[in-house]
Ligand binder design. Sequence first.
Ligand SMILES: *[C@@H]1O[C@H](CO)[C@@H](O)[C@H](O)[C@H]1NC(C)=O
Ligand SMILES: [Fe+2]
Length: 371
Amino acid sequence: MAAAVRGFLVMLALALAFAGAFQLGLAYDRPPARKSLFISLSKDLRSTSPQQVHISLVGQDKMRISWITDDPSPATVEYGTSSGAYSFSANGSVHSYSYVIYDSGEIHDVVVGPLKPNTQYYYRCGFDSSPEFDFKTPPSQFPIKFAVAGDLGQTDWTSSTLEHIAKSNYDVLLLPGDLSYADTNQPSWDSFGRLVEPLASKRPWMVTQGNHEIEKIPLIHSQPFTAYNARWYMPFEQSGSDSNLYYSFEVAGVHVIMLGSYTDFDPTSAQYKWLQKDLKKVDRSRTPWLVVLVHAPWYNSNTAHQGEAESVNMKEDMEDMLYQARVDVVFAGHVHAYERFTRVYNEEANKCGPVHITIGDGGNREGLASK
Ligand SMILES: *[C@@H]1O[C@H](CO)[C@@H](O)[C@H](O)[C@H]1NC(C)=O
Ligand SMILES: [Fe+2]
């Protein structure tokens, strides 16, 4: 009888081991990279029509509307809570940038509000008969739903990612770096703006930068982040930061910190000092959740991107601060594979440390890091 029980247990163990192996075999392996996309300007648009519209949170109850036109047009947004009836309007600023032989279109930034939480708004950009857009403001209290995606690029897989996000009924998108993969080819930034507009014009997209945003060319273009800073203006001033490359914001009960992996982070740097101050401002009764985004992961068991200064040195310099502040989650991109650590600090499981999550790949042409 005992032998029979033992035999059964061995069988059970074998069956479980087999089931485990079988499950591994069934794990979803995304097929190789899909074809690259380039989204051209729609023929229906005029030279003053808004294109590449995207929105981002500013303070507790405002939204920045950003768009580009080929020819100059006023930086004015008309908006209201019913379609076609615009009770409010706001003016903003226009600028452009040059990059080697490329000159950007007219980049408009207009902050609208105060806005009511969890409310649908309708808006149009510029005075002419430009199409109507709409957005929904995030709720002021839980529950709130974030979508987190990065390393997007522009391929058929990116479109697939965007379709999934669109279906998720999210409130705010968090993007830990690597947006267009333009990699110095500026028209590709315009293509990216058009690709994401259907989503980014409807919900706030809060982004931080990755290595693909640096776009420095030795001797030819020495300024980093030219296109990124011009096109993706984030609300850094509101959090006391002096750089678009790092900032924080609060939404519902969450304090979100966007760090910059590719700007200075050592203890003498402006980013480090800003982070110290920002963490002191966190009030856990107002924002019980404390979330950090960074491009290069601080914890990573993948063979890809091991030993980079942006991971190793930044972690060495800043991990203590995040630990002392009891950060809940750190989201990273860069390594094109999903990985989640248990709560961790100083290389060891620690129940007061943050959970580190590398979010996986958004669809760019480089493909997956599968080792
Ligand atoms: C925006 O600018 C236009 C043109 O200068 C002006 O007529 C309008 O009153 C301004 N609107 C607001 C809300 O300041
Ligand atoms: Fe990256």
